[in-house]
Design a protein around this ligand. Structure first.
Ligand code: GRG
Length: 308
């Protein structure tokens, strides 16, 4: 390893970016911070239910994106960690509610029984609500970040989860259930809101915490929009091509429910191709950031190569 690094520095090049190592290190930091933020206290039942889904693994892509953009924009991991954890709490609450019988009615998530299967629907709804509320509290209590930046972050998070974001996307998704004539415009609306809005918030909030310029924020926002849609296209592809073990949730659910997906509109190969084009467009937005953008470039690549 040292010899390889020396070879690259002798040629004036950086060694290849090790995404696996980077993700593993960041995942460990996020797990540790989440553990600290959510100890079990009275009433134990609700904290246990919140922790059951929050600490159940997952790629931790959202907090890692937030940390990465904060560092890219000159901030530190410590500055972004409360917001990174808040984003993971919001994401987890959306998964808990998405899995409820009134929504997607799923039995498995992150390789485990879904929250309502273990704790019942009443507690699962409250566990989601508890995570959502706590997310905003911990952002507001962030230390060593100017209050005006935190206010912007809170506004962005609020919008991302609102009817202008996740909630709106989910509503249109529910409306489209059982329809065979869902247009590509409607499908794009669903996913830019259901999946894209929170991924964009991750990227944008990390950068706001570090005090980025408006122009650079717009660039990162376009990067996020592109990876957000690519992420969902790959999600639809994996629903067809991956196993339940790989996904940690029921595979083939979209086909079974005759749901409109990118592969159902475009076919598998075209969908993969579109995801790659979006990733290329995302990467192009990072050009002005040079070497500092290596983690975000590698994460964009990971979106299309992931297997779960
Ligand atoms: C936010 C108030 C509020 C309500 C929630 C239920 C709902 C409204 C929205 C659904 C949002 C949803 C579940 C979108 C799907 C996003 C998605 C692709 C999830 C899978 O993400 P991964 O692969 O999962 O990153 P892991 O487990 O790795 O974190």
């Amino acid at each position: 390893m040292v010899a390889t690094d020396n070879k690259f520095s002798a040629q004036g090049q950086s060694p290849p970016f090790d995404l696996c190592k980077y993700l593993a290190e960041r995942q460990a930091l996020v797990e540790e911070a989440l553990e600290r933020f959510l100890p079990i206290t009275y009433p134990e039942k609700i904290y246990e239910a919140m922790r059951y889904s929050l600490m159940a693994g997952g790629k931790r892509l959202r907090p890692i994106l937030c940390l990465a953009t904060c560092e890219l924009a000159g901030g530190t991991i410590e500055m972004a960690m409360p917001t990174a954890c808040a984003l993971e709490m919001i994401h987890t609450m959306s998964l808990i509610h998405d899995d409820l019988p009134a929504m997607d009615n799923d039995d498995y998530r992150r390789g485990k029984l879904t929250n309502h299967k273990v704790y019942g629907e009443d507690i699962a709804i409250l566990a989601g609500d508890g995570l959502l509320a706590y997310a905003f509290e911990i952002v507001a209590q962030t230390e060593n970040v100017p209050a005006e930046r935190l206010v912007q972050v809170i506004a962005r998070l609020g919008r991302a989860v609102s009817a202008a974001g996740l909630v709106g996307g989910q509503v249109v998704d529910l409306e489209c259930e059982g329809k065979t004539d869902v247009s590509i415009e409607t499908l794009n609306f669903i996913h830019t809101h259901k999946t894209g809005a929170l991924l964009e918030a991750c990227v944008v909030c990390g950068a706001i915490i570090a005090g980025i310029s408006v122009t650079d924020l717009q660039r990162l926002s376009r990067y996020a929009e592109n990876i957000g849609l690519a992420f969902q296209i790959v999600d639809d592809v994996l629903d067809i091509t991956a196993t339940q073990e790989e996904l940690g949730k029921t595979a083939g659910k979209d086909l079974q429910a005759k749901k409109a997906t990118y592969p159902s509109l475009w076919g598998l190969e075209e969908s993969k191709c579109k995801a790659q084009q979006l990733v290329a467009a995302a990467k192009a937005e990072l050009a002005p950031f040079g070497e500092n953008a290596r983690p975000l470039l590698a994460i964009a690549e990971f979106i299309t190569t992931r297997t779960n």
